[in-house]
Design a protein around this ligand. Structure first.
Ligand code: SAM
Length: 193
């Protein structure tokens, strides 16, 4: 049982691209109520339930409170754009490194499409800064955004630091919504920024 229907979007993306592997360290941005973290806990084996595979780590962050979940560390009432949050993340991640950063974050929709689009684009840009601090070479990033005039900004920035950047629209995402996901893979060591 998943805490939220958004689970099906991540399941679809990860079934196809296989980003979450046993032993991986994952950051779940905008984790409340915790469905994406539930999937990550299972797939990276962060409870150690499967003794034959390495044990991963899942750290979830949200402005809201997130109810506890076996196998996950949650930073409730934390803002992902805050450097204090970044410092705590570095402490919680083994080796201070993540293999995957995923974000289903969304600002509270104002109802003004342009404004909401801009806010979410700004948030996606801040994830690229977070990647520079914690993402290991070869790592990947999944990031929700709402399509619009500024979508090329994060797209270009991602393309400068990842080898493979694409846009995906899971079937579980409502057709009439402008919701899309950046899927960026193979984080580079020598970044062209
Ligand atoms: N993926 C989640 C799941 O499967 O349960 C659902 C995430 S929900 C669509 C978006 C979340 O992003 C909200 O809970 C919201 O509080 C959070 N959020 C928005 N801005 C944030 C920020 N700056 N830092 C942390 N979380 C944020």
């Amino acid at each position: 049982n998943y805490r939220c229907r958004s689970a099906f979007k991540l399941l679809e993306i990860d079934d196809k691209y296989k980003l979450l592997k046993p032993g991986f360290n994952v950051i779940d941005c905008g984790a409340a109520p915790g469905a994406w973290s539930q999937i990550a806990v299972h797939r990276v084996n962060s409870t150690g339930a499967n003794g034959e595979f390495p044990r991963g780590t899942v750290v979830g962050i949200d402005l809201l409170r997130i109810a506890p979940l076996d196998g996950a560390h949650f930073l409730s009432n934390h803002d992902i754009t805050d450097p204090v949050t970044h410092a705590k993340l570095l402490e919680l991640l083994p080796g201070a490194q993540a293999h995957v950063i995923m974000s289903d974050m969304a600002p509270n929709a104002s109802g003004f499409k342009e404004m909401d689009h801009e806010k979410l684009i700004t948030m996606s840009l801040s994830l690229i800064d977070l990647a520079a601090k914690v993402l290991q070479t070869g790592g990947s990033l999944i990031c929700k955004y709402w399509d619009g005039a500024l979508a090329h900004q994060p797209q270009q920035k991602l393309s400068a630091v990842f080898r493979d950047v694409r846009t995906v629209k899971p079937k579980a995402s409502r057709k009439e919504s402008s919701e899309l996901f950046f899927l960026a893979r193979s984080y580079r060591e020598n970044k062209i920024v």
